[in-house]
Design a protein around this ligand. Structure first.
Ligand code: ZN
Length: 435
């Protein structure tokens, strides 16, 4: 009798524990997450909702948008058993919403029997701002006369805060920088390799990703770039390729190394310039035209189309994107203008190379150096000796390869040496940004 009683007690206890376990197994509500979590959305934005409930699964969800006194239904859905993860896209385009603040209210329920079978409910609200209007751009500068491969400056303002603005030409984007007055300045180029039919566009994007476009007057002067032939001798290959061999261990001959340097390392170095170009002051750090290394003869020019000849055959074609200046070996290299050193290291074809930032994406580049006397972060003055010329990198003999780069895109340096061009095209427009 006594054992039977104990047995029933045990069974009741087991049922209580089991039932209790099942009842209390899932007391946590589903997790709901909306992207974006805050900020502005455009008219046809698509919000992403994710729901998760690892224990009992998601049973149903309801999403509404509350704006002023309206509650607009967005989604109401039941899910099959064992739905542990849910991802829903919520297009805003067809909903009758107004610009301004709104609240997204998400209510999700799981399959738990907790709360006497009703399950766990979560209600999440996210506050967003609807913005259907792109920024309006007003252009303040008038004449924008560019040479192919050359530069220009545009001054403009925007009607609302922007996440980015600037000039887009083909695949290249030149960012504008906001000045203390609120006016933006964008230094841009007509890149040497962009189709001359391409139209530069001034764009401004707000936080909701609405893109406004501004048309502006510009005139493009075409340029006849020179053609040049460069003979590649075995002597040159034997002297210059060992420094690159470790980058291309599979290249069997010095000629293979050379072709890889030209075709693979060169574009990598160019891509690096794009990164360095973003590391720039938001205002110009200089006032006078750029200095040219004194007592040096111009060798190769900007935009020279080079054919490389080996044993009488063209083995490769590349464009020269700076100006080569030759004087005595190990000649002094002056900083072409006042600025901050943003690069001083070995960089592939450029060898030992210094890049100085002059603001608004404008940077000067000094390549093939035998010695560098400045470090990253140093402030340098116009004319200050920063290095000695050499033949490091892909240089046949001792010379300075001088480059001017705008937001990572090489432009014709000769413009920046010309005080008249600098005044007419650049510095005379700076006053427009002071008002
Ligand atoms: Zn060069």
């Amino acid at each position: 009798m006594k054992t039977l009683k104990s047995f029933f007690m045990l069974v009741i206890l087991a049922v209580l524990i089991g039932g209790g376990y099942y009842y209390f197994r899932d007391t946590a509500a589903p997790e709901a997450h909306l992207t974006p979590q805050a900020g502005a959305i455009k008219e046809d934005a698509v919000l992403t909702l994710t729901l998760g409930d690892q224990t009992s699964g998601v049973a149903r969800v309801e999403v509404k948008i509350l704006q002023k006194d309206k509650a607009i239904p967005v989604l109401k859905k039941d899910y099959p058993l064992e739905t542990f993860q849910v991802r829903e896209e919520l297009p805003m385009g067809n909903l009758l919403l107004e610009d301004g603040p709104l609240t997204v209210e998400i209510t999700a329920v799981d399959r738990s029997i907790y709360h006497f079978g009703k399950g766990n409910t979560t209600t999440t609200t996210v506050s967003l701002i609807r913005d259907s209007r792109p920024p309006i751009i007003s252009i303040h500068s008038v004449a924008h006369n560019l040479y192919q491969g050359g530069a220009g400056l545009i001054a403009y303002s925007v009607s609302e805060p922007v996440t980015r603005s600037g000039i887009q030409i083909g695949d290249t984007f030149f960012p504008g920088y906001e000045q203390p007055s609120g006016v933006y300045l964008c230094l841009f180029a007509f890149p040497y390799n962009v189709d001359t039919e391409e139209v530069p566009r001034l764009i401004a994007e707000d936080q909701a990703e609405n893109v406004g476009m501004g048309g502006f007057y510009y005139h493009l002067n075409l340029k006849n770039f020179r053609s040049d032939k460069i003979g590649i001798s075995d002597g040159f290959l034997d002297r210059k390729m060992p420094q690159f061999q470790h980058l291309f261990p599979d290249a069997a001959t010095p000629l293979d190394v050379f072709l890889k340097v030209n075709r693979e390392l060169r574009p990598k170095n160019r891509a690096r310039l794009l990164d360095i170009g973003r590391n720039t002051a938001t205002q110009f750090t200089w006032t006078k035209a750029f200095l040219r290394q004194p007592n040096a003869a111009n060798r190769a020019k900007f935009g020279d189309r080079r054919a490389y000849i080996y044993n009488g055959k063209i083995i490769d074609n590349q464009t020269h994107l700076g100006i080569d200046l030759a004087s005595i070996a190990r000649a002094d290299v002056p900083a072409s203008n006042t600025g901050r050193v943003v690069f001083a290291d070995f960089m592939g074809i450029y060898g030992q190379c210094i890049i100085i930032d002059h603001g608004l994406g404008l940077q000067s580049l000094y390549a093939h150096l035998s010695r560098m006397d400045v470090q990253v972060g140093d402030q340098v003055q116009r004319g200050q000796i920063i290095a000695k010329t050499g033949a490091t990198g892909l240089a046949g003999g001792d010379h300075l390869h001088f480059g001017i780069v705008i937001s990572g895109i090489p432009v014709n340096p000769a413009e920046w040496w010309d005080p008249k061009w600098v005044t007419n095209n650049i510095t005379s427009k700076l006053d427009l940004a002071k008002r």
